[in-house]
Design a protein around this ligand. Structure first.
Ligand SMILES: Cc1ncc(COP(=O)(O)O)c(C=O)c1O
Length: 374
């Protein structure tokens, strides 16, 4: 009998819902033209792109004119940061909790002499230190504050209401990476001046996402080319991916309740893991967290080794963020939280709206077998 396969890596990506696949198949057949072409073929493709823009605008509560479609979260973050520092100089305030598509851009902007970066202190519970943000903002003018909504590794929700108040009181622009947020928890990003999202984290396709601007906020383009996306993001938008994004974005408006239902499963999983592995700990357990994530340290084990062993047992999880998975790099998020040992021995279990109690039982049985090998 084939072994059941359990997917507990929903923060890496989410399985597209059948409606997304159907919309993309239809668009691939009927709307494959260049959306910039003025003929009827082009207009069909254009309709899919504009529909996606409207769906994203409705999801975020903004105007479709302020939605810039991108190739995903990474590009949206690059555009938000680089687009704010096209004129050299000024201070960027951010933290090591951010996804590499923010933190590495910050490092590059500093190397290039475009920005001076003030790295915020991070509390051991996985949240930025808001008092330190206050200090950073009172040290002198700040051009941009970049703080994520929900952490990709721990699921910890950042104190965005406070961050927004402080950033705006100091006249700074606020960028929020909300890639791990949509469809999972209700809005925490209302005050963002620029905001990133990615379709594949909300049951849509890879390679499409958006940077949403507050009215009146401008970003300079990173790529140069045609006048697509008002020149802010040149390049032909894929109408097939856009068709998938439209469905995913509309669906994400109503799905946080479905994700909320997995909180008891996540809690049961993490309690059982803490009981079965001596010294195990859950990162960010004392902080507000998204309902579906448990990042757990297994002292004495290697995170990548556990991931590989669980995969052989049919359970898909990850160690570190998806982009550094497969490398032996310790997790930069856990390092930022000051837990050097955990940065190498942790596993992220991320559940999704389709996760069942049976999946959790299967995962726990697999962990038991793997841990018993020592
Ligand atoms: C918080 C966060 N930001 C940005 C990204 C990058 O998004 P994408 O994979 O669409 O480039 C990810 C992906 O893991 C993420 O978790």
């Amino acid at each position: 009998m084939p072994q059941p396969r359990v997917y507990l890596d929903w923060n890496a990506t989410t399985p597209p819902v059948p409606e997304v696949v159907a919309a993309m198949a239809e668009a691939a057949r009927d709307a494959w033209a260049n959306p910039a072409s003025v003929h009827s073929f082009g207009r069909s493709a254009r309709a899919r792109v504009e529909d996606a823009r409207e769906a994203v605008a409705a999801l975020v509560g903004r105007d479709p004119r302020d939605v810039v479609l991108t190739s995903g979260g990474t590009e949206a973050n690059n555009l938000a940061l680089r687009g704010a520092f096209s004129v050299e100089g000024g201070v960027l305030v951010t933290s090591r909790l951010e996804h590499p598509s923010v933190s590495r851009v910050a490092e590059a902007l500093e190397r290039e002499g475009r920005a001076r970066v003030r790295w915020l202190r991070v509390r051991p519970e996985g949240v930025i230190d808001v008092e330190d943000l206050g200090r950073a903002l009172s040290d002198g003018p700040v051009r941009l504050v970049a703080v994520q909504a929900v952490n990709h590794e721990t699921g910890v929700v950042q104190p965005l209401a406070e961050v927004t108040r402080l950033a705006h009181a100091a006249g700074a622009r606020l960028h929020v990476d909300a890639v791990q947020t949509f469809g999972r928890i209700d809005d925490v990003f209302a005050g963002a001046d620029t905001l990133s999202l990615a379709a594949h984290k909300m049951r849509g396709p890879k390679s499409i996402g958006a940077l949403v601007l507050r009215p009146g906020v401008a970003v300079a383009p990173v790529l140069l080319g045609g006048s697509q996306e008002r020149g802010v993001r040149p390049g032909t938008v894929d109408p097939v991916a856009a068709a998938g994004l439209a469905v995913a974005a509309r669906r994400a408006r109503t799905s946080p309740g479905a994700w909320g239902r997995v909180a008891p499963l996540r809690d049961a999983l993490q309690s059982a893991l803490l009981r079965m592995a001596p010294g195990a700990r859950v990162h960010g357990a004392a902080s507000p967290r998204a309902p579906h994530v448990a990042s757990v340290a297994f002292p004495g084990w290697s995170g990548p080794e556990l991931v590989a062993a669980l995969d052989l047992e049919g359970v898909a999880v990850s160690s570190g963020s998806a982009c550094s998975a497969g490398t032996a790099e310790p997790s930069s998020v856990l390092l930022a939280m000051g837990d050097e040992e955990a940065a190498r021995c942790s596993v992220r279990f991320s559940l999704g709206e389709d996760t069942t109690a049976g999946d959790i039982d299967h995962a726990l049985a697999a962990v038991t077998r793997v841990l018993a090998r020592r």
